[in-house]
Write a protein that binds this ligand. Structure first.
Ligand code: MN3
Length: 198
């Protein structure tokens, strides 16, 4: 089965002024596409050729894992932002944030602190713990993804590879994080949170 790059859920200029069209042209149009293309090249003629993306990620190691996980992580990242995003959360996610962090400001502070201190390239995630439906913040390096962690459900992600923000913010990761919070898609987080509540 050929892995397809999902369509961007909004126009290339829809996240401006926080994230520019130029960034999305490179990030979605070149980086994400390259992960899709390389995954398809690597699975050709192998046991992974007929698997869906999640099965490839769960079964693969090394180069194929890196490419396939980056396909999934980026698709999840596009949905973690919205032109109508930002502001205060509503619904189940709002209650869960209050319960786990006390307030949205506390969540932002902890998320930003952990994300800024990640030394290299990686991802910051808000996840739900399956054990108690509480929320946690996870940092993953390079292509690592909580999709392979059976104990959590990913709710939101922020790409903190430099290619996600260098055009707009140069090396100022903190400014990019401020922009990400202005776009954060609470509806997506709620859908992910609610679909898995037992
Ligand atoms: Mn990226």
């Amino acid at each position: 089965m050929k892995i397809k790059q999902p369509e961007l859920p909004y126009a290339m200029n829809a996240l401006e002024p926080h994230i520019s069209q130029e960034t999305l042209e490179y990030h979605y149009g070149k980086h994400h596409k390259a992960y899709v293309d390389k995954t398809n090249t690597l699975i050709e003629g192998t046991e992974f050729a007929d698997m869906d993306l999640e099965s490839i990620i769960k079964g693969a190691k090394g180069g194929l894992f890196n490419q396939a996980a980056q396909v999934w992580n980026h698709s999840f990242y596009w949905n973690s932002m919205s032109p109508d995003g930002g502001g205060d959360p509503e619904g189940a996610i709002a209650d869960a944030i209050r319960e786990s962090f006390g307030s949205l400001d506390n969540l932002k502070e902890e998320f930003n602190e952990k994300t800024i201190s990640n030394f290299g390239s990686g991802w910051a995630w808000l996840v739900k713990n399956k054990s108690d439906n509480g929320l946690s913040i996870i940092e993953t390096d390079d292509a690592q993804t909580p999709l392979t962690d059976e104990s959590v459900v990913p709710l939101l992600t922020c790409d903190v590879w430099e290619h996600a923000y260098y055009i707009d913010y140069r090396n100022a990761r903190a400014k990019y994080l401020d922009a990400w919070w202005k776009l954060v898609n609470w509806e997506f987080a709620n859908r992910n949170y609610e679909k898995t509540v037992d």
